[in-house]
Design a protein around this ligand. Structure first.
Ligand SMILES: [Ca+2]
Length: 291
């Protein structure tokens, strides 16, 4: 999309060398001039009060299958519902909500979102409907997840980027370093979760979301990264490098980036796709290999 971010900050979510060492359990050397007595005391304290360094895993996708995806789709969010892949597409005049067949990409149903609205992320709240956000229009649409028909609209402040439902709470992103918590029935804002990374003070531009239990997956806009975030604490617990998918896709536009994450219920597998991608990748995460 032609987004102009509220803030442009360099995102450095890969852990620092110190964090990597800490994550690997390597103790930092004592400061110069530290006496052996102090070291002994520190060691004793460390024994009685262990400090566990937060571990940030480095992941990458293991591709299991590739399915066709509409290259015309300016993907803003995907989610599985009742065996079909729901997809929201953006841009004014080209926004839509679609129900597609996962393995063929065939569009089973589609509702176009009229101008001037710019559709963004989606998520299904069972027995309520599918919420579809808009970017800067201040409108969220509640739709029937089967017919895709609009049920009602609500107004909200700020921008809308991604959305997911964690079983209790509706969670949305607005391109910053926070997750906004909302009432899943009314869309009313009830709080927020600040996202932090143990190895970096820079996390931002969180975009498409996917909830899976206490874990939330979020891609970082324009950065070929997917973050795994612990919902109770807001801490980043893994950084996934998805540059491999771009090498396969060979995108022609600068904004043709990964922007679709859907968990496959009952598995540890996901679907990943993006703006104007020709494929939807069926993946599971694995430890990143050193190449
Ligand atoms: Ca999603």
């Amino acid at each position: 999309m032609t987004k102009t971010p509220l803030r442009r900050w360099a995102i450095a979510v890969l852990p620092s060398a110190a964090a990597v060492l800490a994550a690997a359990g390597c103790p930092a050397p004592p400061p110069r001039g530290t006496s052996s007595a102090v070291q002994t005391t520190a060691t004793t304290r460390a024994t009685t009060t262990p400090v566990v360094a937060p571990k940030v895993e480095l992941l990458e996708p293991e591709i299991l299958h590739e399915y066709p995806h509409d290259r015309q789709a300016h993907t803003q969010g995907v989610e599985m519902f009742d065996g079909v892949l729901l997809e929201s597409t953006g841009q004014v005049g080209r926004s839509s909500l679609r129900a597609t067949e996962m393995t063929t990409g065939r569009v089973l149903r589609q509702i176009d979102v009229p101008e001037p609205l710019y559709a963004m992320g989606i998520t299904v709240v069972p027995d309520v409907g599918v919420w579809q956000l808009t970017w800067r229009d201040g409108v969220a649409m509640l739709r029937d997840p089967r017919t895709l028909a609009e049920i009602r609209r609500v107004r909200y402040g700020g921008q809308g980027w991604g959305a997911c439902f964690d079983g209790t709470r509706l969670i949305t992103s607005d391109g910053m370093d926070r997750l906004i918590v909302r009432n899943p029935r009314t869309f009313d804002r009830t709080g927020e979760i600040r996202v932090t990374h143990p190895g970096s003070n820079r996390v931002g531009e969180l975009n498409e979301l996917e909830c899976a239990g206490n874990t939330l997956w979020a891609n970082v806009w324009l950065h070929d990264q997917v973050l795994r975030i612990d919902l109770p604490t807001g801490k980043v617990t893994a950084v996934a490098d998805v540059r491999r998918l771009k090498k396969i896709e060979r995108p022609t536009g600068a904004e043709d980036v990964l922007n679709g994450i859907a968990a496959l219920p009952g598995t540890d597998e996901f679907l990943l796709t993006g703006k104007h991608f020709g494929q939807t990748f069926h993946i599971r995460w694995k430890a990143k290999e050193n190449r």
